[in-house]
Structure formats: structure tokens, C-alpha cells
Ligand binder design. Structure first.
Ligand SMILES: [Zn+2]
Length: 237
């Protein structure tokens, strides 16, 4: 009887997978057995910035004069109506937090193969606790888990704390956003983190106001170094 149930279960799974094959969240094509959520074609073909070993890149330009940073880069270009937008939408709003881990690992591979100096801690941009409770997780932390897995660097999620729940910023000017972001973050027990190199990470870089604010909070730690890395760069041009 047990054997029969086992065989029926196998048959059911086969028919189910045949009728409803798992789809790639990026492109909608069927996934093969070794793939989860994102197909290898998407991972290979989503356009990358390849900025990482160029210190004069577009990400650095955003932060020059605003933050004293060591390295700054983004993995992918972000454009509307693309596979990457589908992936990030599902990561942020559809509960598919595993996408953060998968793409975070891609980011980790890029950093591991770069000329960047040693990083001591990965710091994801925190969400306000209320927002995190509603979403169930912090998408940047999920990206950080993939990075941490790939780089063998610890992720710290309790050092940088978001104390103000900023309202949606999309209708504000660049200057208004920057004003709004000042003093948004504070540090929790920073004494033990002197002389460390922090990698601050986020999902999509637009104006950089959030990252700038987080970086300047961390730079209050004596002799701290910070670098900035995001999964995607939404070019304003
Ligand atoms: Zn795909």
C-alpha cells in the first residue's frame, strides 16, 4: 500500500510539473530542474554595469563630495519593463525574498573577483521596523545574505538603525530628498566597531540620498571606512 501511495505521489508530481512548470520570475520561461526562481539565461543576460574596477564610475560620481568612501559600484543597470524590474518587484512586493539571495550571490561573485580591499562587515540599509513588519523581511538584508554567503563576510543588521519612517520620496526634488534623509539613521552600540571597513548595500540606487545618510552615520565611528554597493543602478539620464 505504501509503495502504491509513493508511486501515485510521483505520478501526481510529474503530471503537476508537466501541466504547471515552474517559471522564471524574470522572463517567464520554464525553469529547468537545477534552477530556482531565476533562470540561468536571465542571470547571464541582465545588463551589468561592470563598473567595479573603475574608480571613476557613475556610482562614485554620485557620492563624490558628499561621502568619504573607499569603493562604490552597482551590479546591474535598472530599466523599466525589463527582467530585472520583474525580479526586483517580486523581491520587494511579492514575498519572493529568495531572489535577494540569488542575486546577492551574483553580486558577491563580482566583488570577490574585483580589486576591492577587504571588507569587515556587510551593512544592509535597514527598513523602518513598521515597514519591515508589513513586508515580513528587509530585501536588502536578503541581498546581503547572498553576498555574505559568497564573500564569507559577516552581515550586521543591528548596528545601523532607522529611526524615522520617511514618506514616499518619489515626488520630492533631489535637494528635498537629501534634507529629508538627514538624521534618518542612528548607530546601536558602535564602540566595538572602530577601524572597520563597512560595505553598505541596497537594492536600487537612484539619487543616493539614503545611502549617503547611512554612510555618514557609519562614518561617525572612529577610523571607519565605508564602501557602497547596490544590486541595481537606475540611471537618471
Ligand atoms: Zn529568466
Amino acid at each position: 500500500m505504501k509503495k502504491l501511495i509513493y508511486k501515485l505521489t510521483l505520478l501526481f508530481n510529474w503530471v503537476y510539473n508537466f501541466l504547471f512548470p515552474a517559471m522564471c520570475v524574470g522572463c517567464g520561461n520554464a525553469l529547468n530542474k537545477s534552477e530556482k526562481l531565476v533562470c540561468q539565461t536571465c542571470l547571464n543576460e541582465i545588463p551589468r554595469t561592470n563598473f567595479i574596477d573603475n574608480s571613476d564610475n557613475k556610482i562614485s560620481e554620485i557620492f563624490w563630495g558628499l561621502v568619504n568612501f573607499t569603493h562604490a559600484s552597482s551590479l546591474y543597470y535598472f530599466h523599466k519593463d525589463t527582467r530585472l524590474q520583474n525580479l526586483i518587484h517580486h523581491l520587494k512586493y511579492k514575498g519572493r525574498h529568495e531572489i535577494g539571495f540569488i542575486l546577492g550571490k551574483e553580486a558577491g561573485k563580482e566583488i570577490a573577483n574585483s580589486s576591492w580591499t577587504k571588507i569587515d562587515y556587510i551593512i544592509p540599509i535597514p527598513l523602518h521596523p513598521i515597514k519591515q513588519k508589513v513586508r515580513g523581511y528587509n530585501q536588502s538584508e536578503k541581498i546581503g545574505e547572498g553576498l555574505s554567503n559568497q564573500l564569507g563576510v559577516e552581515q550586521k543588521t543591528d548596528l545601523l538603525v532607522r529611526k524615522i519612517n520617511t514618506s514616499t520620496q518619489t515626488k520630492k526634488s533631489k535637494q528635498e530628498r537629501r534634507e529629508n534623509m538627514r538624521e534618518v539613521f542612528e548607530l546601536n552600540n558602535p564602540e566595538q566597531f572602530k577601524n572597520m571597513h563597512f560595505l553598505i548595500i541596497d537594492d536600487v540606487l537612484t539619487t543616493g540620498a539614503t545611502l549617503e545618510s547611512a554612510a555618514n552615520a557609519l562614518l561617525q565611528i572612529p577610523n571607519a571606512k565605508i564602501s557602497i554597493y547596490t544590486l541595481a543602478f537606475a540611471s537618471q539620464i
